[in-house]
Design a protein. Sequence first.
Length: 262
Amino acid sequence: MRAENKFAMKLRRRNVALTVAYDGTNYSGFQWQSPPHVAVQNVLEERLAKIFGDTIELAAAGRTDAGVHAFGQVVNFFTDGTIPAEKIPIAASCVLPPDIVVRHAREADKNFSALHSAKSKIYLYRILRGAASNPLVNRFAWHIFRPLDVEAMRQALKILVGTHDFSSFKAAGGAPNMNPVREIFSAEIFGEELFGADVLTIKIHASGFLYHMARNIVALTVAVGRHRIGLDDFKKIFAARDRSLVPATAPAQGLCLQEVFY
């Protein structure tokens, strides 16, 4: 939602909240961008305007990066459109491309903000294991064909649980002067089968995430799993609050915004 239009938007009769899923492969992230770049927000605002009959400006729970996916992204917007909330998902399916879906819609309180009202979020990161890739999984996972020490990765993730300064995992380019302290409620790793593929999933539930924080956590955890660094090294890098010590950011396609809590 554009800051200069916020007051006018809030004069509208309704505040509508949507839960949105999307495959981020073909988009330049979620946040609106100037053409020729196309972001998920560009498409949502343009197509939803056809349903509601007025301009749409979204606020979102998370500004996912290019190539990152979402199953539980939450957005809200103000409108004078009259379509009932329960009919919005079906109406949206008629105007949106197949890689963006409105899963749920509801009437929200006028003070609700998908961004500012959020209490915590869950991100999933999927790693495809094995020598062969899988065309049904490749768009949604980081393919690592070398063996990983899953138990060492599990121990590394446990180190992150609690309230800490996560500066070591913050990439340049995020909001300036943002407080780097976050609380991670849980960080776990488990195996699952996805379209016959052996997938390792890292699940992180936190009060909030810094720019690239989830993908940088994955990168350092994978370094432990590959035995490139030990657990003591992991602890030292975490405590150093120095992003330059962390390996290259994990690829975008493995990350998914799974759920937002209010």
